[in-house]
Design a protein around this ligand. Structure first.
Ligand SMILES: C[S@@+](CC[C@H](N)C(=O)[O-])C[C@H]1O[C@@H](n2cnc3c(N)ncnc32)[C@H](O)[C@@H]1O
Length: 349
């Protein structure tokens, strides 16, 4: 047996309080199904007062395995343990360099209502690892409730094409301004385009703001190597009107939490809905239509306002497979007094 110890990103502890170890173990268990070696003993272990996540494998991890582990949201450092006890020796293993864009694109921004970027990265990882696709495929990801774009930014760090739909114009605008500024600050080549994606008359027109960019001048010259990031200022329930059927490998999003942030407890915001069940019921047929077979949806919601089995029923009624069993059931955690967050993982078979 070869034993590895993984040190957790301190930010992970901050986001998930005391459940950080369990969430990390769940993400690692899902990832371990993709490794070239057989792994057991995924648990937490203290060494000299510091918590590590352990992983025992029947052989050395390959380069491709390190490539997968380096991406996990909680991973800060990976050590190969030699000797019988962890105290005997820990040899650091170099990380794989996988970032297409610098991850600061996702960490720099702070605003009310932002979904934590480590949590978002975890959702993107779980979606990819539960799907029939690999990180090396040409992945297109959709966030149908994209806010100011944390999921899209995380997808861009991975070099995925990333598309969002968001009902609030202000968020769409801020997302677009920020992304453009980032490309300019990093001196990356890009094209930007605004075009109608839906509507016969101007009064009912729905637009997408889209960037085509690359992380080097050479890559930008070759159109097939360019990446896309686009946001539609529209309604999540209409994604099949904005995008072609079977066009996304992954759908990832953080649903409205079902609680009013600062205004009067009404269940509707000015344009969208705060009720996650209503949003799923009305949006799911369209989300299913744009998702490829073998693709997955990972959605976060507040389990205080909606039980998982009620949510799961809606997906099952649409003929989708809800991954309910361990380790997919290991993600529930407290965010604050009114939000207990969980994720649901769903596959289109
Ligand atoms: C929890 S927030 C997402 C935050 C985002 N992940 C971020 O970090 O910026 C949920 C978003 O869903 C949007 N929303 C609610 N109903 C919608 C609908 N019917 N169509 C599109 N967006 C909607 C809200 O405006 C809000 O921005």
């Amino acid at each position: 047996m070869v034993k590895y110890l993984i040190l957790q990103n301190p930010g992970h502890n901050r986001v998930f309080y005391k459940e950080a170890g369990e969430l990390a173990a769940a993400e690692l268990s899902i990832a371990s199904q993709r490794l070239s070696v057989e792994c057991t003993d995924i648990a937490t272990q203290e060494v000299a007062g510091v918590r590590y996540i352990t992983l025992s494998c029947n052989d050395d991890l390959s380069e491709a395995d390190i490539n997968i582990l380096s991406r996990l949201s909680f991973v800060f450092a990976i050590f190969h343990q030699f000797g019988i006890f962890a105290e005997d020796g820990l040899l650091p293993i170099p990380f794989a360099k996988y970032e297409y864009l610098d991850s600061k694109i996702s960490t720099l921004q702070k605003y009310p209502g932002k979904t934590n970027e480590l949590f978002t990265k975890m959702m993107v990882n779980v979606a990819l690892l539960a799907s029939d696709f690999t990180y090396d495929d040409a992945i297109s990801l959709l966030d149908p409730i994209s806010g100011r774009g944390t999921t899209l930014n995380e997808a861009a760090v991975y070099g995925f094409n990333a598309f969002g739909v968001e009902i609030e114009h202000k968020s769409v605008h801020e997302n677009q301004v920020f992304f453009k500024k980032h490309l300019q600050n990093e001196r990356l080549k890009y094209l930007s385009d605004r075009r109608m994606v839906y509507g016969k008359k101007k009064s009912e027109a729905i637009y997408i703001d889209e960037f085509e960019y690359a992380n080097s001048k050479e890559a930008f010259k070759d159109e097939t190597q360019r990446k896309k990031l686009g946001v539609v200022n529209g309604n999540a329930q209409d994604v099949d009107k904005y995008f072609k059927k079977n066009s996304f490998n992954l759908i990832v999003g953080d649903l409205p939490y079902g609680i009013a942030h600062g205004n009067s407890g009404a269940n509707k915001s000015s344009t969208g809905t705060r009720n996650p069940l209503e949003l799923i019921r009305t949006g799911l047929p369209a989300w299913k239509a744009v998702l490829k077979t073998g693709g997955t949806m990972v959605l976060a919601w507040n389990s205080f306002v909606l039980a998982k089995n009620r949510l799961a029923e809606v997906f099952e009624q649409q003929g989708l497979k809800v991954l309910n069993e361990a380790p997919y059931d290991g993600f529930e955690h407290m965010v604050d007094k009114s939000i207990k967050r969980d994720i649901i993982v769903v596959k289109k078979l």
